[in-house]
Design a protein around this ligand. Sequence first.
Ligand code: CTP
Length: 411
Amino acid sequence: MGIINGKHILLGVTGSIAAFKAADLASKLTQLGAQMDVILTPAAEKFITPLTMQSVTGRKAYTESDLWSGEAHVLHIGLGKSADLLVIAPCTANTISKLAHGAADNLLTITALAAQSPLIIAPAMDGGMFDHPATQENLAKLKERGAYVAGPTQGHLASGLSGAGRLLEVADLIGHIRFVLGRRGRLAAKKVLITAGGTQEPLDPVRVLTNKSSGRQGYALAQSAIEAGAEVTLITTPTSLTLPIGARVINVQTAQQMLEAVLKECAQADALIMAAAVADFRPKQAARNKLKKQDGIPQIELEATEDILEAVSAQKSRKLALSTVEAKRPRITVGFAAESRDLLENASEKLRSKHLDFIAANDISAQDAGFNVETNRVTLLFADGKKESLPLMNKTEVAEAILEHVAALLE
Ligand code: CTP
């Protein structure tokens, strides 16, 4: 599950104060199912020991002494050839300079020169060093050759200074790793538009009408689409979730804002997946000032919102009449049906009336499925009458299953 599982990742660690964070990174990647080989440079060994890395990965960690041991005269070739990815985190200005110039003076730089896999560089250095023209030129050269540079971020630096030079947080590094590993996936070069979260309709400046959607299913879809190589645009309402790295994000609050964003974006999309729980009704008039208790219980008049999927389908048919080229996008439209009764009947009706390619029908009356829980049990209903009942799955697995169908339909 997830793109990291089963991958062979080579982690190079260089001599930065942030080297201790590499242990957490190696540990998390191991827990996600990666086979980790770690190489410590001589300077890294001053900050962290091979034993630490071995303890978290369960595998030997390589150091400079391995370069000179008998069995290992082709160690660098072996390590570099078999890896799916080489990540150097933290990567010092010195190692960046060596990589840019093709130096091969330690086990890590030799391995980097021999490696055929994608390379992620996560710089970490003190204030001023990152901004120095020498470092910037070296990074530009590496990017030109296809290296992917993740970070650094702004913040507190070990010297007490503040500025650009901090190693990215481990969760962010993992997001970049997922993105890079996914680049050649089944949805490579495909544009996927995903909506997520529950819309919020203002009653007054502090109150909204909303629903229980957490946004988790939509975010899982965005993450899985990135891992399948898609160019993802995520239109999201406010949620407490971490944004997937690699997605273009458009923040909206109301159903009307989501409608406008979807109509604008879907002109460029190959597929639209509407996972958001969109309000069907909104207060006809939001009060300009906060509603006060002493004014009594307000009578709230509601009005209907526009159905986004229906608007997309109307636009699609309008475009069909105008031009066959424009009409191609979005080629695939997927919806969700949140139902508390007559699940399949209601979902088939939505599949038909919203002109979808398929719909994920979701029984929200179940304790373990639907809104605000980690798992989902969905049945996929297709326009051609096919039906696929998925077992109880976590939302990532549901997302992967849906995207497999999207990819198949796009092929
Ligand atoms: N949807 C939409 N625009 C709306 C409401 C819903 O595009 N104004 C989309 C949802 O994102 C979902 C699908 O339509 O993909 C079905 O949403 P759901 O809430 O289950 O159904 P509704 O069409 O709103 O009908 P009802 O609430 O009456 O069941």
